[in-house]
Design a protein around this ligand. Structure first.
Ligand code: THG
Length: 813
């Protein structure tokens, strides 16, 4: 910490100097002449202005570099050298003060606009600021004073440049007219965006005098977690005899401006029209003011656009993040993105906002899409077209960085997992760009199933953030909702993670809502109930489809119940004519919905026969009846071929007809496995047992998800295949080697993520390279028939389909 920073931290009040341009004019600069050239020609005059402000009692001197970026400086001047020279001049005056006086390296707006509003790229803007700031830092500036700024996007470029160049404290002051900057950012948006970037002081200067500024200063003091600076003009300029004059004299200016200091502004000073006399009066007026109170801090994270702010965290309404700009499961969107077409994504944005989404997730990850190019393009288009903050959702760090550059304010980065290197790559970027991010508790080779495992990963990530200087205030935790149909504790574990994050870590939480209901019927119902349950435990936001009716209803109702719908106004407006979906006053049972008792499609009552036991998924009964059948002298071979396989085939049929869902499929398959446990030793001795067809199964390298593959494995073995299950995160080399060792003609590959499904190609390439005639069957959540065909593989949509296809492929041998 340098000494300016430590005075800030000690809540010491500090006084800035006053205007430079008007002072130079009073000392010989003629209107229209370049103040930069003038000050080089007359260094003694510039030194005199600085000295006068020191004598007036200023703690901070502003360098004469307001227009000294390459976009504004006269062509004959070199920006680095000029800025350095000006900083040195101010430093010399400061060092003669006989008390601590700091040099504020002055950085004004460039006067050009960033793309797409203007034609300057983010990179060019950063480079221009960096060049100026390098000069200021090398000339001895104690802090950077990025001031009179009117575009929050430009300020981001300035802050990113500052961080590249030096470690000096950063003060950012925006200029507002009627409470909004030229490009439409209000005080809360600017404060939240700047606080996310971790600048040291936020402020307001120029454009108005203290009277006009007062209400906006009050808003700033109410919002800002950071020290506040205020530098008013000496009133609103007036024209007198063809000359601009500022109406407020030193005493009047000082009295009004000292009110801001009293109300909590830590740093005050003067802008246009103020003189050393104004600063001397202000020094006297702020003398003996009571100590500063700590600044207010809002819980949770703030996401912004140029003109809107959404807070996510305890005490704020649960926010729905629209999930639909994501090619997963959407053929048309995938095709459009592959063709570089953004119109459909733009349409999804509009629809989701109309349906109530307050934030939009943006994911363009699909095979044959260049995310590094397409993600920033779409993010940029959306940022200028929609009013909601965006979530940058990509597993590719380059794409995330490119999107961060084109986004004008604070987006949410989705996500930083415990995967090696990911925090080191993305954490510092999020810190410098002021982007909150989602922490994803995934690490190493296994899915953290219990709350304790997830919390351990989160805590390791937080420790890594601390070591990298990435602030915890930017983190939102993904609670990692897993599918309830594969683990009954999935929701309960989530609740524990939410509580721990809120009560122990003080972090807001988010989740991909629909994960919970995977494989079930009536997913919207399950999602809505889970949303209510999790929000009750403290979940701050979910990534979901806002068009799903039950989820939308649950959100509206939650808003009412959590005290975020004053007078129940929105609720009444939307639901006053509401009728129960089963008909008014009727319960679900009489309304045509499925009865609440008994699973859909499962025969009521206890299973009486072995095939019924398998179909019902009753493991104990299956075991009991299998043993009984053997005891009664039944042939084990025909028990398998005539009872068990037809039973599991029926289960498969029910699954395909959507009469059965994943949980029933798994239960039945497990019941059948249990029966096999008894039958296998007997079958082995049977002379009719022929060699079983061998299939190799694996989840590809880099992917640690194996629920889907395990189900395929279970079902395949139930259907008489010899399954060699290699597990998850398996390299192509190991897969091919196993296929050779076991003489398998068929290889089944699984991948859950768009990022890992491309690794399926590795195995196929290796088979071709070694000239091996083996068939490859692929599947997984995001794998499509078209993708499978494009890599020369066979595709199955689910486990039942995989069995059917495997039988076909072997029959065709
Ligand atoms: N955590 C975090 N980020 C995430 C997820 C998460 N991002 C991606 C995902 N999970 C959330 N987004 C989606 C997007 C689409 C679908 C599910 C989750 C989806 N789409 C439908 C399908 O596949 O059938 C298509 C439905 C439609 O047309 O809208 O399921 O957990 N941090």
């Amino acid at each position: 910490m340098n000494s300016f920073a430590s005075l800030l931290a000690a809540r010491k009040r500090l006084l800035f100097d006053g205007a430079m341009g008007t002072e130079l004019q009073g000392r010989g600069l003629v209107a229209g002449q370049s103040p930069e050239l003038f000050s080089l020609e007359h260094p003694e005059i510039l030194e005199g202005v600085h000295a006068d402000y020191v004598a007036a009692g200023a703690d901070l001197l502003t360098t004469n570099t307001f227009g000294a970026s390459r976009y504004k400086l006269p062509k004959e001047l070199e920006p680095y050298a000029f800025n350095k020279r000006m900083a040195q001049t101010a430093k010399a005056a400061a060092s003669r003060a006989g008390r601590p006086v700091f040099v504020a390296g002055n950085v004004g707006p460039t006067g050009v606009f960033l793309a797409p509003m203007g034609d300057v790229s983010f990179e060019a803007m950063v480079e221009a600021f960096a060049e100026q700031m390098r000069g200021l830092a090398d000339g001895g500036a104690d802090l950077l004073f990025i001031q009179t700024q009117y575009d929050i996007a430009e300020v981001r470029a300035a802050v990113v440049a500052a961080r590249q160049v030096c470690r000096l404290p950063i003060v950012v002051s925006m200029t507002y007219e009627d409470g909004a900057t030229l490009t439409g950012s209000g005080v809360p948006v600017c404060i939240a965006t700047l606080a996310n970037m971790g600048v040291d002081v936020v402020g307001m200067n120029c454009s108005a005098g203290p009277v006009e500024m007062a209400p906006h200063v009050a808003a700033m003091l109410a919002e800002s977690p950071l020290p506040v600076l205020v530098q008013p003009n000496a009133g609103l300029p007036q024209l007198e005899n063809g000359r601009t004059v500022f109406p407020l004299g030193p005493e009047e200016f000082a009295t009004l401006t000292a009110q801001f200091a009293k109300a909590g502004a830590q740093v005050v000073g003067g802008c246009c029209g103020t003189t050393p006399a104004h600063i001397r009066a202000l020094r006297n007026a702020v003398e003996g003011l009571p100590a500063l109170e700590p600044r207010p801090v809002f819980p949770g994270v703030a996401l912004t656009t140029r003109s809107s702010l959404v807070r996510i965290g305890a005490g704020f309404p649960h926010q729905l993040i629209g999930e639909r700009i994501n090619p997963t499961g959407k053929k048309a969107l995938t095709a459009a993105l592959q063709a570089g077409e953004l119109q459909l994504a733009m349409q999804f944005a509009e629809e989701q906002i109309a349906a109530g989404a307050k934030v939009l997730d943006v994911n363009v990850g699909a095979p044959m899409v260049d995310e590094v190019r397409l993600l920033p393009e779409l993010v940029s288009r959306l940022a200028s077209a929609v009013p909601t903050p965006l979530v940058i959702d990509s597993s590719n760090p380059e794409a995330v960085e490119a999107a961060l550059r084109v986004y004008p304010a604070s987006p949410l980065v989705n996500s930083i997992s415990g995967e090696a290197g990911r925090m080191a790559r993305l954490g510092p970027l999020c810190r410098d760009y002021g982007a909150p991010f989602i922490l994803l508790p995934l690490q190493g080779g296994s899915l953290p199933v219990t709350a304790a495992e997830r919390i351990a990963v989160i805590e390791a990530l937080l420790a890594e953030m601390d070591a990298l200087g990435v602030p915890r205030r930017l983190a939102v935790v993904d609670i990692l909702a897993l599918t309830i149909s594969s683990s009954e504790q999935a929701a309960a574990e989530c609740v524990q993670v939410i509580r721990h994050c809120e009560n122990v870590l003080g972090l807001p939480t988010v989740c991909g809502l629909s994960n919970i209901s995977f494989g079930l019927p009536a997913r919207d119902l399950v999602n809505a109930a889970f949303l209510t349950l999790a929000t009750g435990a403290g979940l701050s936001a979910c990534i979901a489809n806002p068009g799903a009716p039950r989820v939308a209803e649950a959100l509206d109702t939650l808003r009412l119940l959590q005290g975020n719908d004053e007078g129940a106004e929105s609720f009444i407006a939307r639901y006053s004519g509401w009728k129960h979906s089963g008909g008014e006053g009727s319960g679900a049972a009489s309304g045509g919905n499925a009865p609440r008792t008994g699973g859909a499609g499962s025969p009521a009552g206890a299973a009486q026969t072995l095939d019924e036991a398998v179909i019902k998924g009753d493991k104990a009964k299956t075991l009991e009846l299998t043993q009984a059948a053997l005891d009664a002298g039944n042939d084990p071979f025909s028990l398998v071929n005539d009872v068990l396989i037809p039973a599991i085939t029926q289960v498969g049929d029910k699954y395909e007809r959507k009469e059965y869902f994943l949980p029933q499929l798994i239960r039945s398959a497990e019941a059948m496995q249990a029966a096999f446990g008894i039958l296998r030793p007997l079958l082995a001795k049977d002379s009719r047992t022929t060699e079983k067809p061998v299939i190799i199964l694996a989840t590809v390298e880099g992917d640690i998800h194996d629920i889907g593959k395990n189900i395929v494995s279970l079902l395949m073995s139930n259907h008489g295949f010899e399954v060699v299950d290699l597990g998850k995160d398996v390299s192509a080399g190991r897969i091919v080697e196993a296929a050779c060792t076991h003489n398998a003609k068929l290889i089944g590959l699984s991948a859950l993520m768009t990022t890992t499904m491309v690794r399926m190609q590795d195995t196929i390439a290796l088979l071709r390279e070694r000239n091996l005639e083996k068939k490859v069957l692929v599947g997984g959540a995001v794998v499509t028939e078209a993708f499978a065909r494009s890599i020369g593989a066979h595709y199955s949509s689910d486990a039942v389909d995989a069995v059917r296809l495997a039988k076909e492929l072997f029959a065709a041998q």
